[in-house]
Design a protein around this ligand. Structure first.
Ligand code: ZN
Length: 238
C-alpha cells in the first residue's frame, strides 16, 4: 500500500474506533435503549430527576419544596460537589430520595480515554457512598452522553443507566418557572422521566426550577399522574 493509502487507512480506522466508542455507545443508550432507561412503563406515574448538585443554596430549597408537596425524586450528584458539601448530600439521602452518580467532575465523556472515564464513574460513586453511606443506585452521564467505558463501568457497579424523556429547560437560554411548569404539565406522559437541575446549567435555572415545582407537581396530579420516586416508576422497589 502506498504511504498515503496507509495513512488514510489508519485515519479511517481511528475514526471508526472513535465513532464506536462515542456514537456507538450513544446509539445503544438512546436509539436502541440497550440497558438504558429513558422512561418507565406506561403507568400513570412520572418521576422528577435533578442533576449536577448538591448545591449549598438551591438543593436545600428544592428539598423543602419537594417535602412540602410530599414528593420524592432522584438526585444525580457530581462527586466533586458531594465532597464540597457532604452535609447537603446526606440531607438528600436522609429525605428518602433516590441517589444517582453523575460522574466525579462532570466532564464530557466523549473527550475522555477509557481509563479516565472509568475513574470518573468510580470516583463519582465513591464520593456519594462516602458522604451518604449509600451506593448510588443509578448513573446518568453529563449531558446524557455515554461512551463505552462509562457505559460498561456503570453496569459493573450495579448502577442502572438512566436518561430522560422530558426536559423543560433550554440548553443555552434560561426557561422561566412558569414555562418550565407548563412544558412538563403539557408534555408529561405515563412513565415520564423529567430532567431538571438543582445546580448547573444557566445561572437562573436552579432558582427557576425551585419556583416551578409546586405548580408543576400540582399540574401533573391534576392530569392524573402520580409523582413517584424513580425506583417506583421503574418498578425497582418501594
Ligand atoms: Zn449534568
Amino acid at each position: 500500500m502506498p504511504q498515503a493509502g496507509r495513512w488514510a487507512a489508519v485515519a479511517a480506522a481511528l475514526l471508526a474506533g472513535t465513532a464506536a466508542y462515542t456514537i456507538g455507545a450513544q446509539a445503544a443508550a438512546g436509539g436502541l435503549r440497550l440497558g438504558v432507561r429513558k422512561r418507565g412503563p406506561a403507568r400513570a406515574m412520572v418521576a422528577l430527576t435533578f442533576d449536577d448538585g448538591p448545591d449549598p443554596v438551591h438543593t436545600p430549597r428544592i428539598l423543602d419544596a419537594l417535602a412540602a408537596s410530599g414528593v420524592r425524586a432522584a438526585f444525580f450528584m457530581v462527586g466533586r460537589q458531594v465532597e464540597a458539601v457532604p452535609a447537603v448530600a446526606r440531607a438528600v439521602a436522609s429525605a428518602g430520595h433516590d441517589l444517582g452518580n453523575h460522574t466525579y467532575s462532570h466532564r464530557h465523556l466523549w473527550l475522555l480515554s477509557p481509563a479516565a472515564s472509568v475513574a470518573e464513574v468510580d470516583r463519582g460513586a465513591w464520593a456519594v457512598a462516602e458522604a451518604t453511606g449509600l451506593a448510588p443506585r443509578y448513573f446518568r452521564p453529563p449531558w446524557g452522553a455515554f461512551n463505552w467505558a462509562a457505559y460498561v463501568r456503570a453496569g459493573q457497579l450495579g448502577e442502572e443507566r438512566i436518561l430522560w424523556s422530558l426536559r423543560p429547560e433550554g440548553w443555552l437560554l434560561p426557561a422561566p418557572a412558569s414555562r418550565m411548569a407548563a412544558h412538563v404539565i403539557r408534555r408529561a406522559h405515563p412513565g415520564a422521566i423529567v430532567n431538571l437541575h438543582d445546580r448547573g446549567g444557566h445561572p437562573s435555572t436552579p432558582a427557576e426550577t425551585w419556583a416551578a415545582l409546586p405548580r408543576m407537581i400540582a399540574g401533573l396530579r391534576a392530569r392524573g399522574l402520580e409523582v413517584v420516586p424513580l425506583r417506583a416508576l421503574l418498578g425497582d422497589g418501594p
